[in-house]
Design a protein around this ligand. Structure first.
Ligand SMILES: NC(=O)c1ccc[n+]([C@@H]2O[C@H](COP(=O)([O-])OP(=O)(O)OC[C@H]3O[C@@H](n4cnc5c(N)ncnc54)[C@H](OP(=O)(O)O)[C@@H]3O)[C@@H](O)[C@H]2O)c1
Length: 258
């Protein structure tokens, strides 16, 4: 019996986390979403044991007020929400002319606001509740695309803006670990693998897919539920001492990304 907060729980991996945690009726499960009504409706339809609370990762006050509503020790804080840059994933920094340069800076800024500042806002708002728990695990979704070795070795220039933001996310996680490991709080980044969250296939996706297959012949596109099962095993095995501040994959501690 544990208390789980999933931030960015409206769909995709976040909603699958909500489903998984609520399968044990003894758990307290809270999903934080920007727009509650549709998720509340889905939760009702699916019969989940989960409460939905409004909160936007880019709005610190909204998260403080969400934390106030949760108002009990949080064992597992999952910082799942992310800005995905879907429409510009196939554009590189040199693809912008002086006339549309604002589009690139705006895109980078939006990624930073959610994937870096948003992660900090979320952790800061819920940290006092995590500190009250005996378990104290803060898990943030990141991506193997932020691994510069992968970028170099497989020529992955795609998703440039997204990867830059998520690399900063990883540094944020390492900094929180450096500050709070002594309190026994685990701060962990985890890459979920390639997960099908129902987005249409794109040319960028196909190009990336070919590079991923070169990296891992055994690559499997996962359903959100499969990714969740795999990540939970890694989180279960991870401790502040020894794993704090790391950036692991769903395949395990210090394993390949795919
Ligand atoms: N799918 C993959 O293959 C993959 C691979 C590597 C990493 N990831 C990471 O895994 C996480 C989940 O991705 P996904 O594939 O499930 O994506 P998704 O289906 O696009 O869902 C993204 C989620 O983030 C939420 N969100 C975005 N901005 C937010 C904000 N400011 N405040 C609160 N919630 C916000 C969205 O809420 P709204 O409904 O309000 O927009 C949505 O619930 C992300 O951090 C992503 O970077 C995914």
């Amino acid at each position: 019996m544990s208390t789980y907060v999933v931030v960015g729980a409206s769909r995709g991996i976040g909603y699958a986390l909500l489903k998984k945690f609520s399968s044990d009726p003894a758990n307290t499960v809270v999903g934080i979403v920007r727009t509650p009504a549709p998720t509340e409706e889905q939760v009702r339809k699916d019969g989940l044991n989960a409460t939905i609370v409004q909160g936007d990762m880019t709005n610190y006050r909204s998260l403080l007020s969400a934390a106030e509503k949760v108002h009990k020790p949080v064992d597992y804080l999952w910082v799942n929400g992310g800005h995905l840059h879907d429409d510009t994933a196939g554009k590189f920094f040199t693809d912008y002319t002086v006339d549309n340069y604002d589009k690139m800076t705006d895109d980078l800024r939006k990624g930073f606001e959610t994937n870096v500042l948003g992660v900090i806002n979320t952790i800061n708002a819920f940290l006092p509740l995590v500190q009250k728990s005996e378990i104290k695990k803060v898990i943030t979704l990141t991506t193997g695309l932020a691994d510069d070795n992968l970028t170099r070795d497989y020529g992955i220039w795609e998703t440039a803006a997204y990867s830059v933001g998520k690399a900063a996310t990883n540094t944020v996680i390492a900094k929180y670990d450096a500050k709070f490991r002594s309190e026994g709080i685990l701060f962990l980044g985890i890459s979920p693998g390639v997960v099908d969250v129902g987005k249409p296939s794109s040319e960028t996706g196909q190009n990336l897919g070919a590079k991923f297959y070169k990296y891992s012949k055994g690559l499997k596109v996962l359903k959100p539920e499969e990714s969740v099962e795999a990540m939970l095993k890694v989180v279960d095995e991870s401790r502040a001492e020894g794993d704090g501040g790391q950036f692991y994959s769903h395949l395990g501690r210090h394993q390949r990304w795919l």
